[in-house]
Design a binder for this molecule. Structure first.
Ligand code: GDP
Ligand code: MG
Length: 180
């Protein structure tokens, strides 16, 4: 339904991945162009929204944050409900977070169907000097699992908008396909 003066589409996008990979900062960089250097537990903030233009249409991206639930391996099914896009984030300077990606994909598959647009995100690419996961490894995992792939830095803003926009465009074209 198109509302007068309102957005034409609302897309729920979830951001998942191990604790401290930079999920909350990717969100705040995307929605408010802000970065928080203190690693505070995100409490209370459920989602942030940002309006983007796709094909001249207004799309409201409602991006959900785990709000620290992932520390207890307790991301609820309500978190995933209705999601049409997902960013699976790891930290390029911490291999264990890359090793967890498959577990996050399994969890996503338990709660969402295969039409959910998925992006593998290697965050903290500003930390090149302490990199533990190569770009090639990220790319090949993404290929294996059928995901888009990008490296980002929430700290210096590299590719953050691009990561969300690629997912939003993919969701948008999925909807077009469904209507055919
Ligand atoms: P979350 O637990 O996945 O939500 O991670 P946070 O967004 O809270 O970030 C965890 C820590 O990593 C914080 O200290 C952030 O300042 C830091 N951080 C987040 N993104 C980046 C980044 O792109 N580069 C660097 N160098 N640090 C980052
Ligand atoms: Mg967080």
């Amino acid at each position: 339904m198109e509302e007068e003066g309102g957005e034409e589409y609302l897309f729920k996008i979830v951001v998942i991945g191990d604790s401290a990979v930079g999920k909350s900062n990717l969100l705040s960089r995307f929605a408010r162009d802000e970065f928080d250097a203190n690693s505070k537990a995100t409490i209370g903030v459920e989602f942030q929204t940002q309006v983007v233009q796709v094909d001249g249409k207004e799309v409201k991206a409602q991006v959900w944050d785990t709000a620290g639930q992932e520390r207890f391996r307790a991301v609820t099914s309500a978190y995933y409900r209705g999601a049409v896009g997902a960013l699976v984030v790891y930290d390029i300077s911490r291999r264990t977070t890359f090793d967890s990606v498959k577990r996050w994909l399994d969890e996503l598959n338990c709660h969402c169907d295969t039409t959910v647009a998925r992006m593998l995100v290697g965050n903290k690419c500003d930390l090149e000097n302490i990199r533990e996961v190569s770009i090639e490894e990220g790319k090949s995992l993404a290929e294996e699992e059928g995901l888009f792939f990008i490296e980002t830095s929430a700290l210096d803003s590299t590719n953050v908008i691009a990561a969300f926009e690629i997912v939003i465009r993919a969701i948008y074209s999925n909807i077009g396909r469904k209507m055919l």
